[in-house]
Design a protein. Structure first.
Length: 716
């Protein structure tokens, strides 16, 4: 775990806790013991801390946070860390942190308690605790402003983004930057440490002034707090970071550290932090796939093709090009291709304008996308993603063609959002190589891909898809082949309740406002206007054409699933959303700002009267309860039927696919925070008041009766 060596009178302490040298149980204590040992060794002039492998220290072991269930436990852990770092900082000989790779979270806090820091040019440092609903808990909010000043400390602790070595050096976090690899870093660090030992110099970060310009520093804290007050997020951590850094400005180091410990403990036991830590682990669990061992061989994806140059196809082609994979982009004629390529170029130009890529990178990416109206070259690709119009006959015809023009071992993936992967597999005659790759729009931006396994999909096809998703910068979640898979099957229940709430008396604007206040990036009606109401209409039309599937095959929704007519009426009127200037809202020409349209209220009143239903005032609380309960109940059903491997997979899908607020943990975790007994009681109430389509999921009933949650915690 910790290795000691003496080089040129310098004790080299190597932190060796693979894969990322996380500060797990006993690691920080071992570092402390090694530094104390070196301090009392007369042959040692100075100390260098360095990480083994590819990085310095990527942070604390997050598993530790899961064991701290009370505020008292969190405080005790913090006090222990503070004491250890205080002892390292008190060393009488120069202690130098040599940073390569990353020094993040507890890793940076460890480096800052050293007297000096030296880093390679490629190193990055940061305090990303806010991404877990936390603040630095081992002195980070107290030492960081003493090194780089209050404004940058606020930025790092509130935004959570790592900082490159050059910027960290300019700010004072790092004392020297060196070119080269780890060995060059170590040699430079030893020389640096010797020089300071010979000069008899040590510099303790805690002794530096936190804010020489005190009023300006406090003004920076107040300004950042005012900005946070304008955001709707209930997450405590950003506010706590401001308070802790303000304490560094106004209080002595030890008193400021006590404030930090108190705030860290408060954050750690918050629901928001538990939700974010839950998602941290959930994102790593998705790679564990039943029936697909970790050592399953994968195929090398060197060339790809996409069929369909529309919005989805073009975005998927960009995702491949962004990953450096050459891609053929096919459509039916030159006009469609020209429009698709023009959209791709505009998207890249927007990234250049925002400083996210260079003009040269734009041309390289465009150069990797080859437009074509023929299947020429498809025999050389390793994967094809079908992204044609959401029509089953067209998709099946496309898969027949793909089986003819591609190699027998090429992966044939469909971007369908609802249609039957097994039917496409049968059309191709290559079931082992057929799989769903359901990207989310815009595909070049959204991080989620639902990987839909069919009945015959081979394990290596699944494993390759998972590996490919990571290469594309996506999170791939494997799901089963039911109607709508997981994301859209649950989404239909969410939208159904929004439609019915509208009929019952809520307004489009009210429902959207409730959901955005909850933390969704856009409400259900705004989302449909962006995606296009015609998309949902086509899916609903497909639903009417399919029968309940035979046992053992893909399932369809219940045939008695009720449907509101409002959305269909809008589609009949040509109101498809933003692209036509009107949907649930109206949009002025060239402006995407939604405007409330009285027509919707008129339609809702007419349809409610036709159902014999008197419209009423609907509370915000009922809106939120109805739509989130619909998600949880259907999620329980999906989980029980085996179409999702874990409840946490559903949470990842909803947070990455639809922007469910991360600080609420996803729909299943959120249901646990409400309590499954409460969720079940709501379902029973809605069933009595609204109809049998609110039948409770068997798994929900079971867990509630056992006073458990989806994550096996007690559920009141």
């Amino acid at each position: 775990m910790i290795h000691d060596a003496l080089r040129d009178g310098v004790a080299v302490i190597t932190i060796d806790n693979p894969p990322v040298n996380a500060l797990g149980p006993g690691v920080l204590e071992a570092i402390e013991a090694a530094v104390v040992r070196a301090s009392h060794d007369s042959s040692v002039k100075a100390v260098v801390l360095i990480g083994a492998g590819e990085t310095f220290v990527a942070g604390a072991d997050i598993n530790i946070f899961k064991t701290l269930t009370t505020r008292q436990q969190a405080l005790a852990q913090c006090e222990s860390y503070h004491g250890i770092l205080r002892n390292i900082e008190a060393a009488s000989k120069p202690v130098v942190a040599a940073i390569h790779g990353h020094a993040l979270g507890g890793g940076l806090e460890l480096a800052m308690c050293c007297h000096y820091r030296i880093a390679v040019t490629s190193a990055r440092v940061g305090q990303p605790e806010v991404l877990l609903g936390l603040i630095p808990g081992a002195g980070g909010t107290q030492r960081l402003p003493r090194l780089c000043g209050v404004p940058m400390a606020l930025e790092m602790c509130i935004d959570g983004k790592p900082v490159a070595a050059a910027r960290a050096h300019a700010a004072g976090i790092i004392d020297q930057v060196v070119a080269g690899d780890r060995e060059a870093l170590l040699a430079a660090a030893i020389a640096f440490a010797r020089a300071h030992a010979d000069a008899g110099e040590t510099r303790r970060t805690r002794d530096l002034p936190a804010a020489p310009d005190g009023p300006a520093a406090l003004a920076a804290c107040n300004e950042r707090r005012a900005r946070l007050d304008k955001t709707p997020s209930p997450v405590r951590a950003p506010f706590a970071a401001v308070e802790a850094i303000a304490a560094a400005v106004t209080l002595p180091f030890d008193e400021g550290s006590a404030v930090e410990r108190r705030l860290f403990a408060d954050c750690l036991v918050s629901t928001e932090s538990r939700a974010l830590v839950h998602l941290f682990f959930a994102e790593r669990e998705v790679s564990k796939i039943p029936g697909v061992p970790r050592d399953t061989p994968t195929r090398d994806i060197r060339r790809a093709a996409v069929v369909g140059a529309g919005t989805m196809g073009g975005g998927i082609a960009m995702a491949y090009a962004n990953a450096g994979i050459p891609v053929l982009l096919k459509d039916v004629d030159d006009g469609a291709l020209a429009r698709g390529m023009a959209t791709i170029r505009r998207n890249y130009e927007s990234s250049v304008a925002k400083g996210r890529m260079t003009a040269d990178a734009l041309e390289r990416a465009i150069g990797l996308i080859t437009p074509t109206t023929a299947y020429d070259g498809f025999e050389a690709v390793d994967i094809v993603v079908e992204a044609v119009f959401e029509d089953m006959a067209l998709k099946m015809s496309t898969f027949v063609d793909l089986a003819r023009v591609t190699r027998s071992n090429a992966i044939l993936a469909s971007n369908t959002s609802t249609l039957d992967i097994d039917a496409l597999a049968r059309a191709s005659g290559r079931g082992a190589n057929v799989i769903g790759h359901h990207f989310f729009s815009p595909a070049n931006v959204m991080k989620l891909v639902e990987i839909v396994r069919g009945r015959e999909t081979a394990p290596d096809t699944i494993a390759t898809s998972q590996k490919l998703a990571k290469r594309l910068g996506k999170i791939g979640v494997v799901v089963g082949n039911c109607f709508g898979f997981v994301a859209n099957r649950m989404l239909f229940q969410y939208l159904r309740e929004a439609y019915f709430l509208l009929e019952e008396g809520a307004s489009v604007a009210q429902i959207d406002r409730v959901m955005t206040a909850f933390g969704m990036p856009v409400g259900p009606f705004g989302m449909e206007d962006i995606a296009g109401l015609d998309v949902g209409a086509r899916i609903r039309e497909h639903l009417r054409t399919i029968a309940v599937s035979p046992a053992g095959t893909r399932t369809s929704p219940p045939v008695d699933w009720p449907e509101s007519e409002i959305a269909n009426r809008l589609v009949e009127m040509g109101r498809f959303g933003q692209k036509t200037g009107a949907g649930w809202y109206r949009y002025d020409r060239g402006n995407r700002t939604p405007l409330v349209d009285p027509l919707i209220e008129t339609l809702a009143t007419e349809l409610a009267a036709r159902r014999g239903r008197a419209r009423r005032a609907v509370s915000d609380e009922e809106i939120l309860a109805r739509v989130t309960t619909a998600l949880a109940n259907e999620g329980a059903r999906v989980l029980d039927e085996g179409y999702a491997n874990r409840a946490s997979d559903i949470d990842v899908i909803y947070c990455y696919g639809f922007g469910f607020p991360r600080y609420r943990g996803g729909p299943m975790f959120y249901a646990d925070t409400i309590g499954l007994a409460t969720v079940l009681a709501r379902v029973h109430d809605y069933r009595q008041r609204l109809g049998d389509y609110w039948k409770p999921a068997a798994l929900l009933e079971k867990l509630a009766s056992e006073r458990r949650g989806f994550y096996n915690a007690g559920s009141a």
